[in-house]
Design a protein around this ligand. Sequence first.
Ligand code: PMP
Ligand code: GLU
Length: 391
Amino acid sequence: MEILNQFNSHVTALSKSPTLKITALAKKLKKEGKDIINFAAGEPDFDTPDFIKQAAKDALDQGFTKYTPSSGAPELKAGIVEKLQNENSLGYTPENILVTTGAKFSVFLGIFALIEKDSEIILPEPYWVSYPEMAKIAGAKVRTLPTHRENGFKIDPKKLAAAITARSKLIILNYPSNPTGVTYTESELKALWDVIKDSNLWVLSDEIYEHILFDKRTHTSFAALNKEAYNRTITVNGFSKCFSMTGWRLGYIAAPVKFVQEASKMIDHTTSGANSIAQKAACVALAKGQEWTGHIKKIFQERRDLLFESLSGHPSLSPLKPQGTFYLFCDISQSGLSAYDFASRLLDTHSVAVIPSEGFGIEGYIRISFATSTEQIKEGARRIKEFMDNL
Ligand code: PMP
Ligand code: GLU
């Protein structure tokens, strides 16, 4: 056999990440001097705040440059335990925590630690692009659970009950959601729990956007619902979105001790643990970051309002008002184009980069990131409307 065709079939089955691909393209075009509006970015436009950077500089000066324990530096795990207690009413000890190289790797560990060949993952749709691809790497089957605009893109507990089979092992929840910006109230989560409790499902609850919530909404962690939910939930969180630390690659898991013991072996034999300097800086992000998260939430809400109002004014665009995150999901089906064609032509003709919805498992939408300045939002919205008018 031709040597260049001999790859792991789980890997050849993967797609490139459309979010990373389009974001990189938009950044490249901008660097080349093109007048690009980057509505693709899955990262805050703010620089990492100075107090966090300073902590990293201090860590370097103090020689904190060696391997940390593979499951995370003790001081960071202690900080995460305190944060989960204070902000999420979750009682954990450091034995429940795993620090990882980005929250993406936390999600991956969650899937890989639990999934065996032919196990099923229940994935509410639209979903974040990487979940089904990670499932493919693990050899899992994905059973998508479509949600609909009419129900605010929320999971219908009855449909969830119908989707569970004897092979279902894990459900992935993500709220506030990438890409819809939708979140769940405590009573909505309880309604899901009422179904899950009668199954053998683990819950992977990806709460990475928890602080970016609008209109005075509050966040409830799935594991905080009750003791039984706590015992079968893997909470994933990280520093990328709420502390503008995407490039630092730091995330974490909070889960039952047995899960942590099993999953930590994978860290031992893959990454050996997260970057030591980033971990030291993250301790300070947790200890002193409340003012910062309040500040960005306010800014994102102002931008959300600006973008939503400006797109709502157009008769053929139907934006969904985000409850959180920095993404707005907009129905473009009246254009008559597929989301992919809409996004490609918008970039070609009007230099606006957005993410088409196919990668999120749904047709007819674009994801518009408002992690950019108000000037860019105004101009970008103007161009999208002009594009729509000229079709
Ligand atoms: N979960 C969701 C829903 C995300 O949007 C992201 C962003 N990439 C991640 C997890 C992973 O974040 P990171 O690896 O940058 O910590
Ligand atoms: N989560 C972000 C996004 O959805 C960052 C890119 C990625 O990790 O896929 O755009």
